[in-house]
Each structure stands twice: as structure tokens, then as C-alpha cells.
Design a protein around this ligand. Structure first.
Ligand code: I3P
Length: 109
């Protein structure tokens, strides 16, 4: 699965709240492969398999949980991703169908 999403970091991998200044929304071209979510700057980054993209923005989803973020009301079509290393992210998708598709894909791979 792949597509453009907006991502917000909420909790870092140490379980601590992401510091102010790094909590903004940012657009990525997101691909899921081998239990890893790769967040690329754009589709070109994905095609060139740019290392800079991969190293800094890979999220391991083994034992991760994706849920519709019904408590987050500022934006639509948002899901929360909680990872095994206690990090937490919000992802905004384009519509409700994409939202379900991402959540199911992440939870059932
Ligand atoms: C964050 C940015 C986010 C905002 C977040 C800010 O600032 O404005 O959009 O989240 O609020 O901290 P920065 O870009 O400097 O990190 P929302 O869009 O959800 O309001 P927060 O600290 O309440 O998460």
C-alpha cells in the first residue's frame, strides 16, 4: 500500500511526549513494505529509494496498533499509530475509505 499522508509526531520512541517544535503536520509519500512504513518526501524519493528518506523516516509496525483517532477533532480522516517502542503518531488520510484501508493494512499485515 502506498499514498500521500500527513503525519504528526505525538510521542517519541522513548515514550516521552514529542517536544514542541517537532509536533507539526508534515506531508509524506508513505509506503508499507515488510512490516515497515517508509515515509518519503515524495514519489520521486520513493522511486529512487533515497536512503536519506528511509533511514530517518522508517516506522516499524511489528506489534503496532492503528486506530481511528476519534478523539482528534481538528482534522478529518485521522488515525493513530502506536508502535511497539511506545512511539505515537497521527496520520491524516484523504478520505474515510483511505483511512479504513490504511488502518486495516497496518493491523492485518
Ligand atoms: C505544533 C504545530 C501542530 C500543533 C501542535 C504544535 O507546533 O502547530 O500543528 O498540532 O500542537 O505544537 P510545531 O510545528 O512548532 O511543532 P495540532 O495541529 O494538532 O494543533 P500541540 O502541541 O497541541 O500538539
Amino acid at each position: 500500500k502506498k499514498g500521500y499522508v500527513m503525519r504528526k509526531c505525538c510521542v517519541d520512541a522513548n515514550g516521552k511526549k514529542t517536544p514542541f517544535g517537532r509536533r507539526g503536520w508534515k506531508m509524506f509519500y508513505c509506503t508499507l513494505r515488510d512490516l515497515v512504513l517508509f515515509l518519503h518526501k515524495d514519489e520521486h524519493g520513493f522511486r529512487r529509494n533515497q536512503m536519506s528518506d528511509n533511514l530517518h523516516n522508517a516506522i516499524r509496525i511489528h506489534h503496532a496498533l492503528a486506530t481511528k483517532a476519534t478523539d482528534y477533532t481538528k482534522k478529518q480522516h485521522v488515525f493513530r499509530l502506536q508502535t511497539a517502542d511506545q512511539a505515537e503518531y497521527l496520520f491524516q488520510t484523504s478520505d474515510s475509505k483511505e483511512l479504513c484501508s490504511w488502518v486495516e493494512t497496518i493491523n492485518f499485515v
